[in-house]
Design a protein around this ligand. Sequence first.
Ligand code: F6P
Length: 522
Amino acid sequence: MELLDVTTTPAWSALLAVERPASLRYLFDADPDRGRRMVVECADLRIDWSKHLVDDDVVAALLAVARAAGVEAHRDAMLRGDRINTTEGRSVLHTALRLPRDATLVVDGVDVVAEVHAVLDSMGAFAERVRADERITDVVNIGIGGSDLGPAMAARALAADAHPRIRTHFVSNVDGADITATLAGLEPAATLFVVSSKTFTTIETLTNARTARAWLTAALGDAAVAEHFVAVSTNAEQVAAFGIDTANMFGFWDWVGGRYSVDSAIGLSLMISIGPDRFRELLDGFHAVDEHFRTAPLEANAPVLLAMLGVWYVDVLGWRSKAVLPYAQELARFPAYLQQLDMESNGKSVRRDGTPVTAGTGPVVWGEPGTNGQHAFYQLLHQGTQVVPVDMIGFAHPHHPHRHHHDLLVANLLAQAEALAFGRANELEPHRHFPGGRPSTMILADRLTPSVLGQLIALYEHIVFVQGVVWGINSFDQWGVELGKELANRITPELTGETAVGGHDSSTTALIEWYRERRLSG
Ligand code: F6P
């Protein structure tokens, strides 16, 4: 698709020129209905965006920018399978992973929906076998990045649906402390390893998988690998080279980006935990939001509205950090998941054609569950010199029986949004002055079900997509992770003494020598 620089359009100039609302207090006083009017329903999510520093003129200007950037045309191009990941020459079809069985989507002459459901069926059959096999009590997913964060986050989020016998573990870090701690509590004969790697070349994952295999075979012999190891990958050749029979491999496709893959076979460990039926509900939740994104007019399109609010903050108000604050302990890993989704997608400085970006791009994303964060960093959110827009997520019903805890939790959720927005003036005691004017999105749902989790993930996927379109970047590559990997490969043999230290700056050379001396002297 044609690459337009939206910052050269009249819509962008109009956005920069639009009058900025004085305060949230002023906006609410001027429109008593604001708190009900500026709410968008997106599948089962109730999204209150009234506590954002925008009025109708700003929203109109933001939506004009979205239109000028061609958000709708780009969305349609993604959904039909155009090769919008131009630097890697790939389609971007994570939305096809959740199309219903009776849908069809033909890309390059292949019905991808049929392929997706064939894999889902074989995952389902395998998951049921494991769930019925009394000998297996522990499943260890070995992967990193998109091959870890999605299933790890979701398995924790959906712990209420977990199989009572099966414990699910996630090993990602090449730091041996990770796998050592995980294996310490496990029985080889009762453990299934799921090695998850799109490329099957990722050093962290292969190193952990080799260590796990050595641990297993030391106890049960080489023949046990066939029964205790399965792989999830797009790279059958490397899976076979590692020693896993490709009959025990679950595949996916190059059109699924790592950080968009939790709903592909990368979700196998999650599916074993929650079962194929709940996994299907998760996919249906994703699909419901995909349909909303595809069909809702921009004025009522949740991902578009939230994405454009982000553009307002990053590019007009200069607020380049964003916190995600789930008021649900089960979503403890959701901020980390969103860090990869957003920052690996939109942390870019060049546009799709390689020219420099002409606006600020992806914000720094971070967060912790409430109420823990309140006793850590909310001080800065309320009174710091930088404004950090926040997303708050909460539920009407908990999965535990302690309603009193939940009432307190929800009271804190609502109180924090109110305090951030409206503050409290105290001219006499400046230290106790709360300026307010700090925006938040409030995302509520009845309870955290698999479907609602799918809805939440899809919502953020599409927010990231829309922002990438506005900024003219390719949200689906990640070249920025390559250089560090390459240098680490060079430094490893220098640390062990296999190769001489050379070709580095004086700092790096001295650091390598520091480690090497200590390593060699034991
Ligand atoms: O961090 C870079 C990255 O390529 C991510 O995009 C990806 O999710 C992760 O590494 C893991 O890659 P793989 O699934 O190929 O092991």
